[in-house]
Design a protein around this ligand. Structure first.
Ligand code: ATP
Ligand code: MG
Length: 414
């Protein structure tokens, strides 16, 4: 029997990796432009980092975590997202004592036990950014603009929409929660089983339910945006004004609740209508309470995470070609002596920085040319015995299908 991978986990193959690198590099370069540095955090944490960080009533903690008991009896969890681990690292390394603000980004694999489908996996990659120590609404706007510019830089600004809302803070959120509880209590019998339970734990989560009747009932529910306190209204106003001032377009969507409990004030999502049901490609917001919740000092923070697989899927639709080239020059040869020359030339060209393909299996020229074609090489150098003795090689331009003879004295090579 052949071995196989775990359901919901997938390989990223060499033919696709060029696109991944392209996307990841653009993100990293852009984030560094804004002053962010990479942080690498473990894939495994004590379960409480996520349970306390994300909130026990969040979907992730309730039903999506890969949790197991370590040999010493402690409960460990494979990270389902990056923020809680970054916050843990921020606190553990006392980063707040080093600089007034910390700007961190991360990338890596996340693990969630959900139902696999297109754009939804159990093991998937995220790139995310977190800004600690800034409470000004302009900081929210700057972070959102950075995310917006990322989509612009990979040619996807026309494919995504920025949706924006505010969830209020410690002052107005609790009052809103009890308004919601009252409202949903009036419709309790028609709510799904999950939502009946959420009514007692976190009524906000009902607004995010995908069941038809729950969506219907939610339509007339009171909205957080109509119930913000004065300071949250002002904060949200300045976020919008800042985005307006630099021309970042957005739509207000008062129904964004976000899956995690830690969000306060600004929340946003970048969505697309080109990926079917999996419409969120990036999401984030402000989480002023989380650092304290995990044992650090009171620290305002704002961040986001993007799903790389979904961005790759979208990017494939919009920019289908141009990421397969792995080789610049292919070297084909005829005969034993030419093979030795090919071997040395490949070495020399690579030392000079060219990506060179060649194989020394003694195949026919025809089959070598096929391989050259498949490799995506722009040029093929063909070394024949006759050319070798004359100190020349053939240079074939694979795009133009034209051939030239060029002088290249390979006999002097060892
Ligand atoms: P969804 O509503 O699609 O489940 P989410 O709210 O759970 O998304 P977040 O926790 O905000 O997602 O994660 C940020 C981003 O990570 C999402 O916008 C999405 O692009 C990506 N993402 C989340 N879960 C998955 C998954 N299971 N597979 C692939 N990408 C994912
Ligand atoms: Mg989810």
């Amino acid at each position: 029997m052949k071995v196989r991978s775990i359901r919901g986990f997938h390989d990223i193959l060499p033919e696709d990796i060029g696109r991944w690198h392209h996307i990841e590099e653009l993100a990293k370069n852009l984030f560094e432009l804004y002053g962010y540095s990479e942080i690498r955090i473990p894939a495994l944490e004590f379960t409480e980092v996520f349970a306390r960080g994300l909130g026990t009533s969040s979907d992730i903690v309730e039903k999506e975590m890969y949790t197991f008991t370590d040999r010493d009896g402690s409960s460990l969890t494979l990270r389902p997202e990056g923020t809680a681990g970054v916050v843990r690292a921020y606190i553990e390394n006392s980063m707040y004592t080093k600089t007034p603000q910390s700007k961190l980004y991360y990338t890596g694999m996340m693990f969630r036990h959900e139902r696999p489908q297109k754009g939804r996996y159990r093991g998937f990659y995220q790139i995310g950014a977190e800004l600690f120590g800034a409470d000004a609404p302009e900081s929210d706007a700057e972070l959102i603009a950075m995310n917006h510019n990322f989509f612009g830089s990979i040619g996807l600004s026309g494919s995504v929409t920025l949706e924006l809302s505010s969830l209020g803070d410690g002052e107005c959120k609790p009052a809103y929660k009890s308004m919601l509880t009252d409202y949903f209590n009036g419709h309790k019998d028609r709510l799904c089983e999950d939502c009946q339970r959420r009514l007692g734990t976190n009524p906000l989560r009902i607004l995010d339910c995908k069941q038809k009747t729950c969506i219907e009932i939610s339509k007339d529910a009171p909205k957080m945006l109509d119930n913000l306190c004065e300071s949250c209204t002002e904060h949200f106003g300045r976020v919008k004004d800042s985005l307006d001032s630099i021309g970042v377009p957005y739509e207000i969507n008062p129904k964004i609740v976000r899956g995690l409990d830690y969000y306060t004030r600004t929340v946003f999502e970048f969505t697309t209508d080109q990926l079917g049901a999996q419409n969120a490609v990036a999401a984030g917001g402000r989480y002023d309470g989380l650092v304290k919740e995990l044992g650090g000092p009171e620290t305002p923070a704002v961040g986001f995470a993007m799903g790389i697989e979904r961005i790759v899927l979208l990017h494939q639709q919009v920019v289908p070609e141009g990421f397969g080239r792995r080789v610049d020059i292919y070297i084909a040869y005829l005969g034993d002596e030419a093979r030795n020359a090919a071997f040395s030339l490949a070495h020399e060209l690579r030392s000079a920085g060219a990506r060179v393909g060649a194989d020394y299996g003694g195949k026919s020229l025809k089959s070598q040319m096929k391989r050259a074609d498949k490799s995506g090489a722009r040029y093929t150098i063909i070394i024949g015995e006759d050319e070798l003795s004359r100190g020349v090689v053939k240079l074939r331009d694979m795009e133009k299908s034209s051939e030239d003879e060029i002088a290249l004295d390979l006999k002097s090579q060892p």
